[in-house]
Write a protein of this length. Sequence first.
Length: 284
Amino acid sequence: MFDLPSVAGTFQLCQWLLALLGLGLVAAWYFAPQLQPLRRSPPLLPAWDAPLADTLLVTWVAVCAFGVGSLLAGSLFRQFSLTTGNGWTSVLSAFGFQGALTIAVALFSLYRRLAGRPLPPAGRRPPAPLTDRLLLGAAVFCVALPFVAGTSYLSSTAMEALGIPIHLQDLAGFFNNGSSPALLLALTFVTVVLAPLGEEILFRAGLFRFARRLLPRWAALLLSSLAFASLHLNLVHFLPLTVLGLIFALAYEKSGSLLVPVVAHALFNLTSILNLLAGVGGSP
């Protein structure tokens, strides 16, 4: 049998080591002479140069996908008599939102490509080698850890000082209350696969690139990050998730690959689940 306190302690130690690695990567990025040409090179993210009509059409497809997905999820709620707070409602809601959005955008992009009117690519062409993008995504995850941990501490401390109650996300309750293995597997798939894909398509490939065309760079970064944090509807995690969104947007902009923030996002969500399973506690 595993000793849960020792597992939790070991897992926390691993996270601190990864966070230290992330700080080391940040220091190397700004101070290592070998990396200065790369740091000063222009971002590799292609501009969103589609006509206004195409932009509105993509927005319409995304809104319709969300609407249809929500209707289907609501229909299943009623058919299976699911109530709010049931873990399966969270799974179906995620499929109705992130799943429908991902499928609709992918199919629409494929249709436009086959019709000879492709949308602007979501990343640089040709893409960097897959191994490079995966490793860069893991590096971005390590970089995000210390900044998210620091802002999480500040946020929770401020709320406690102000007497504002702190509520963990529903996910924490499902993993801490002995839910069925099938539900936990479904929630893990939604959290580690579906949510990173859908949210990075919406907030980084969509909102950030659209806003980057119309607004100053800082405003586009901030707008997409605030929208990303607002989606999670959790006050104590609003600041750390805003910081996380900024890091993901900067990584996407610099690398020109949507896979980089998707991998970093997936690793971050996986770490949150492992925290809960190890008894460390909730995290953004």
